[in-house]
Design a protein around this ligand. Structure first.
Ligand SMILES: [Zn+2]
Length: 363
C-alpha cells in the first residue's frame, strides 16, 4: 500500500514538473538575477526549458548549502519549491536523510497509536497530584479497564486496583519525538530551495532536537519522583528552562554556520547529559527496585546510541576518510539519524517501564 501511495505521488510530482515549465518565468528571472556566471545562468535556463533539474557538485553550491565538504556531489541547489518537494521521491544526497527520519516518524506514530490502546489518554487525570494521592486514598484507587493492568512483567506486585496516574508526560515525550523527526525530514527536504527556507527549516530542526531532549526528561522525572514533588518540579523546571535557552540560542543567525557544528553538538550533548543527575538520583533513591534498574539499563543504552551519534555527526565519519564515496548512502548524517531513532526507541521502552511502575505502585 505504501508503495502504491509513493508511486501515485511520484506520478503527480512528475506531472507537476512537466506542466510547470511554462509557468516558470518568475523562477527564470530569479535565477537570472542570482546566477554566479553567464554559463550557470544558461545552464539553469536550459534546465527549466527541458524540465530537468540537475544535481550539482559541492563547488557549485551557494554558501548557505555548503555544510559538508566531504560530500562531493549529487546536491540540489536552489530548485523551485515544487521540484524541491517532489524530490522526496528522487535520488540525491539528502534522500536517505529525509527518509530515515520520515520512516522514524511513522514508526513512532504507530507506537503512539499502539500505546494509546494500552494506556488510553482519557484515563489520565492531571488534576490528581501526588499530595492528593497520599492525602486521601479513597479517591486515588480507581480500577482501570486497561488490559495491561498487570502487564509490567517486572516482578512487581499486581494490585487488585490500579492508581490513576497522569499520562501526559508519556505522550508529551512521544509528541516531542515525532515533532523532532518531522521537522528534521522537512529541513532536509526543503533547505535546498533558498537561503530563507534553509534558515527557517534549520531553526525548526534545532527546535525539534531541543523538544526531543526536553520531552525525554518528562516521563523519567515525573514518574520517578512522583512522590517527591520538590525534586520532580526542580528537575522539570531546570530542563525546561535549559531547553528554552537552547532554542533561543539556536535563533541566533551565527548558530547555523558550519564552524559552529561542534558548538551545536556540545549544546545538545550537555542538555542530554544533564539527564544523568535525575538518573543517578533515581538509582540512589530506588536502586533496589527492578523497575529502576531496568529503566536505567534502557537509559544507558539510549546514551550509548546518542553518544555515538553525536561523535559521528561532529567528526563526519566515515565520509571524512573517503571523501565523495558516501555522497548518496552511508554518510555520517544518515548514521546519526538512525542512531537518534534507536536512542528514542530505547527511551520509549524506558518510559513504558516508568509509567507502569508508577501506575502499579503509586506513592
Ligand atoms: Zn538531520
Amino acid at each position: 500500500m505504501c508503495f502504491e501511495v509513493a508511486t501515485m505521488a511520484s506520478s503527480v510530482c512528475l506531472e507537476i514538473i512537466t506542466t510547470s515549465a511554462a509557468g516558470e518565468e518568475s523562477d527564470t528571472q530569479f535565477l537570472i538575477s542570482t546566477g554566479n556566471s553567464k554559463w550557470e545562468k544558461q545552464e539553469k535556463i536550459s534546465a527549466i526549458k527541458s524540465n530537468k533539474w540537475e544535481l550539482v557538485d559541492y563547488d557549485s553550491l551557494p554558501e548557505f548549502l555548503k555544510h559538508n565538504e566531504f560530500i562531493h556531489d549529487h546536491y540540489r541547489s536552489e530548485w523551485p519549491l515544487k521540484q524541491t518537494i517532489c524530490s522526496v521521491f528522487s535520488l540525491h544526497n539528502e534522500t536517505l536523510n529525509i527518509w530515515t527520519h520520515l520512516i522514524g516518524f511513522f514508526i513512532f506514530l504507530i507506537l503512539t497509536t499502539h500505546a494509546a490502546s494500552i494506556f488510553p489518554v482519557a484515563a489520565s487525570n492531571p488534576s490528581l497530584s501526588p499530595q492528593s494521592h497520599s492525602g486521601n486514598s479513597s479517591n486515588i484507587l480507581t480500577p482501570l479497564s486497561s488490559p495491561t493492568n498487570n502487564s509490567s512483567g517486572l516482578g512487581a506486585a499486581s494490585p487488585p486496583e490500579q492508581l490513576l496516574i497522569s499520562r501526559w508526560p508519556f505522550y508529551l515525550y512521544l509528541s516531542g519525538v515525532m515533532f523532532c523527526l518531522l521537522m528534521s525530514s522537512a529541513c532536509h527536504l526543503l533547505c535546498c530551495h533558498s537561503a530563507a527556507t534553509c534558515y527557517l527549516t534549520l531553526r525548526l530542526d534545532y527546535a525539534g532536537i531541543s523538544a526531543l531532549i526536553v520531552s525525554s526528561f518528562y516521563p523519567l522525572v515525573y514518574y520517578t519522583f512522583y512522590c517527591l514533588p520538590f525534586f520532580r518540579n526542580l528537575y522539570l523546571c531546570s530542563i525546561t528552562l535549559f531547553g528554552a535557552a537552547a532554542i533561543a540560542a539556536t535563533l541566533s543567525p551565527a548558530f547555523e554556520s558550519p564552524r559552529f557544528r561542534a558548538a551545536r553538538s556540545v549544546l545538545f550533548a550537555c542538555m542530554g547529559a544533564s539527564g544523568l543527575v535525575p538518573i543517578a538520583h533515581k538509582m540512589v533513591a530506588f536502586g533496589d527496585r527492578p523497575e529502576a534498574v531496568l529503566s536505567t539499563g534502557y537509559e544507558v543504552l539510549m546514551g550509548v546510541f546518542y553518544g555515538i551519534g553525536v561523535v559521528v555527526y561532529s567528526a563526519r565519519i566515515p565520509e571524512r576518510w573517503l571523501p565523495g564515496k558516501f555522497d548518496i548512502a552511508g554518510h555520517s548524517h544518515q548514521l546519526f539519524h538512525v542512531l537518534v531513532i534507536a536512542g528514542a526507541y530505547t527511551h520509549y521502552l524506558a518510559s513504558v517501564v516508568y509509567l507502569e511502575w508508577r501506575e502499579a505502585e503509586g506513592c
